[in-house]
Design a protein around this ligand. Structure first.
Ligand code: F6P
Length: 307
């Protein structure tokens, strides 16, 4: 997100705009927690995880009263445009402001879950997947040395993008995601076939949103069915921190800058995204009206290559 903030500020300054940073998202907007950001305010942040502006989940903004408070702050600060960097919750809020005509809104997709329609990739996804893959590479050393089965749970809320990409890149033996029906009997049969072929260890990646009820439940069931020595690792918030990948820095820079360019051209009510290597735009409400689908082609490939 910091790469996007840096790009917004520096592109804004390039165009002679005054750029105001709002701390803690909509919570900060309601409280008027703002600061002017100059080109130097965003020096040395492109390599930092998280966001210098900090963030918050704000239930008050979901109420009419909360939104009115935010409107007043927007008017008082004279904000002519608002760039919202975040996931679908942030865009729902952004859409309320846009529809009410209180300011001109442009969205920049940032979510490790990568579940936002209108963009192939959201900022943070690539970094989260790389972190999870590094973790799996390390876990595999123990799995192989101790001849164990590991169940590794990754984030993603209700979607399986992180699990799918981590599982494929980490060479997992199975990948359990909410988008496909999980059948633990089949998983156990697959493990058994692997054992008969001489496989001594395995890794299963499970998305936190999978209907099986989490890595610990899966481990219990697989242990009961197969008698294997099973261990569980829940990667959790590790996936949301650390230096962003070069890909995410480039993506954040491109999308942040384009968001400002749109506002300068008088375009708003849009989210910027990428399709292939091109920057594209879609209306902000599309983001939650259409659920982004995982690629079944990639899913099948991952499982084919795992056997
Ligand atoms: O949406 C991003 C995400 O990291 C999800 O993958 C995860 O389910 C959730 O946020 C965790 O939220 P919190 O940090 O509030 O526990």
């Amino acid at each position: 997100m910091n790469a996007a903030i840096r790009a917004v500020v520096r592109t804004g300054v390039y165009h002679g705009l005054e750029v105001i940073g709002i701390r803690r998202g909509f919570a900060g907007l309601i409280d008027g927690d703002v600061e002017e950001l100059r080109a130097t305010s965003v020096s040395g942040i492109i390599n930092k995880g998280g966001t210098i502006l900090r963030t918050a989940r704000c239930s008050e903004f979901r109420t009419k009263k909360g939104q009115k408070k935010a409107w007043r702050k927007i008017e008082k600060a004279g904000l002519e445009g608002l760039i919202v960097i975040g996931g679908d919750g942030s865009f729902r809020g952004a859409w309320c402001l846009e529809k009410a005509g209180k300011t001109r809104v442009v969205g920049v997709p940032a979510s490790i879950d990568n579940d936002l329609a209108g963009t192939d990739m959201s900022i943070g996804f690539d970094s989260a997947v790389n972190t999870a893959v590094q973790a799996i590479d390390r876990i595999r050393d123990t799995a192989a040395s101790h001849e164990r089965l590991f169940i590794v749970e990754v984030m993603g809320r209700n979607s399986g993008f992180i699990a799918l990409h981590t599982g494929l890149a980490g060479g997992a033996e199975d990948i359990l995601i909410p988008e496909t029906e999980t059948d633990l009997e089949k998983t156990c049969e697959m493990l058994e076939r692997g054992r008969l072929r001489g496989k001594l260890s395995s890794i299963i990646v499970v998305a936190e949103g999978d209907e099986c009820g989490g890595a610990f439940r899966i481990a219990e069931e697989v242990r009961a069915r197969t008698g294997y020595e099973v261990r569980v690792t829940v990667l959790g918030h590790l996936q949301r921190g650390g230096a962003p990948t070069a890909f995410d820095r480039v993506l954040g820079s491109r999308l942040g800058s384009m968001a400002v360019e749109l506002l300068v051209k008088g375009k708003h009510g849009k989210m910027v995204g990428i399709s292939g290597s091109k920057i594209v735009t879609s209306t902000i409400d599309r983001v939650w009206k259409h659920r982004k689908k995982i690629s079944m082609g990639i899913y099948k490939l991952a499982l084919e290559l795992a056997t």
